[in-house]
Design a protein around this ligand. Structure first.
Ligand code: LMR
Length: 396
């Protein structure tokens, strides 16, 4: 019956992370998957999350089925966080993390815009392609990253966007671009949004790292601008990283609609997509997040800890840059401090990455993406030495 089913070659991120877990070496370092670890190399339980969970645990809340599009208190809190206020012409559904939001959005677009194709930045998060292709789309790319300079190919990007057919789905990263760490500045966003309006495109913005780039408000700049201009758009947001709640699978899909009427119809059809996939989302993580976002002291505590996390990543970038600069002279090193968020695109080749892993126990993705959020005071020296060695080997 199952003879024709081929073995799964594995996922470039999740399978590598599983291989890291199995590696018996004590001094191994995981800079592969996008998970924030604290200075002791541990996954933090945020203080505000702990407090909310204790309060919720003390009253043992019942767990009924949620509505198909999730808890209304949660979706209002999502809107307030990503748009700055609750917005009547936005339809928001609670989703299973950011990936769930992308999948619900992809199924919805496939149904109502069957002729559209999808355009991803080159490169983009590997799972963007998997999700949209599995939803039935042809997936293309637009120019984005300049490997020579480690920065944005903005002119080429804009020129490509200006050529896209109407209703093309344009996947954009709100902040902390995954995998390159290279973002648009505000002027560049405005130019892209002008092109989106001129061409009548459907932007789909993935915001998995709100608060990890420049701050909660700044990271949402493009989204707030889309709302201000009332550009029809899809926004996938995730609480995995900024609440350190990876396993709770909490996210949201928000659609900016022309008016409240359209938003109600859209929300109904999002409910239909959810029902035919997994019926309704889970309760616990959403309850915790809602409580934190709606309780002023907890929210302040959460924001303060998020700031500490962001600043720690910046500090680790600077330390690694400093250590590498002392050992190798290479203009490519600037990217360790110029790129933002969790990821740096190191420019290391797949062979160098393999050597980092096999000879030094340092795991980064074969694309060269390094998760700087896994660096800490105890491992950064070893990582710098390992990276130096593989860079020098390449020169021999
Ligand atoms: C990553 O890019 O490493 C994270 O977003 C985790 C994932 O699901 O790929």
């Amino acid at each position: 019956m199952f003879e024709h089913i081929p073995p799964y070659p594995g996922d470039p991120i999740l399978t590598l992370n599983e291989e890291f877990q199995k590696d018996p070496r004590q001094d191994k370092v995981n800079l592969s998957i996008g998970i924030y670890l604290d200075d002791n190399g541990r996954l933090p339980v945020m203080a505000a999350v702990r407090a909310a969970e204790e309060a919720i645990g003390a009253t043992s809340v019942p767990k009924p089925y949620l509505p198909m599009t999730g808890s209304p208190a949660y979706t209002s809190a999502v809107q307030e966080l990503i748009f700055g206020s609750v917005v009547p012409n936005v339809a928001t559904a609670q989703t299973l993390g950011g990936s769930g939001a992308l999948k619900v959005g992809a199924d919805f677009i496939r149904r109502y815009f069957p002729d559209s194709q999808v355009w991803l930045s080159d490169p983009s998060w590997e799972n963007h392609r998997f999700i949209f292709e599995r939803a039935g789309f042809t997936v293309n790319t637009y120019p984005y990253y300049d490997a020579e300079t480690g920065s944005l190919k903005f002119d080429a990007m804009l020129a490509a966007i200006r050529e896209l057919p109407a209703k093309s789905v344009l996947l954009l990263h709100a902040c902390c671009h995954n995998p390159t760490g290279v973002d648009l500045n505000e002027a560049q966003w405005l130019a892209v949004l002008d092109a989106v309006e001129e061409r009548g495109l459907l932007p789909f913005v993935d915001m998995a790292y709100q608060g990890f780039g420049a701050g909660i408000e700044d990271d949402a700049f493009a989204i707030r601008e889309m709302l201000r201009r009332n550009i029809p758009a899809f926004i996938a947001n995730s609480f995995s990283k900024n609440f350190s709640l990876y396993g709770e699978r909490c996210g949201g899909l928000s659609l900016i609609c022309e008016d409240q009427n359209a938003a109600q119809r859209v929300l109904g059809q999002l409910a239909s997509v959810v029902r035919s996939n997994y019926s309704s989302p889970p309760v616990h993580g959403a309850t915790v997040i809602t409580q934190v976002l709606n309780t002023p002291e907890l929210r302040a505590q959460w924001e303060a800890q998020l700031t500490t996390m962001r600043e720690r990543m910046v500090a680790m970038r600077a330390t690694l840059f400093q250590l590498l600069s002392e050992k190798v002279s290479n203009s490519h090193l600037d990217r360790y401090i110029q790129q933002r968020g969790m990821f740096t695109y190191t420019g290391l080749s797949a062979e160098q990455v393999d050597s980092l892993r096999h000879e030094h126990g340092v795991y980064i993705l074969r694309s060269g993406r390094m998760c700087v959020a896994g660096l800490n005071e105890s491992n950064v020296g070893r990582v710098a030495e390992a990276v130096t060695k593989v860079m020098q080997q390449a020169l021999v």
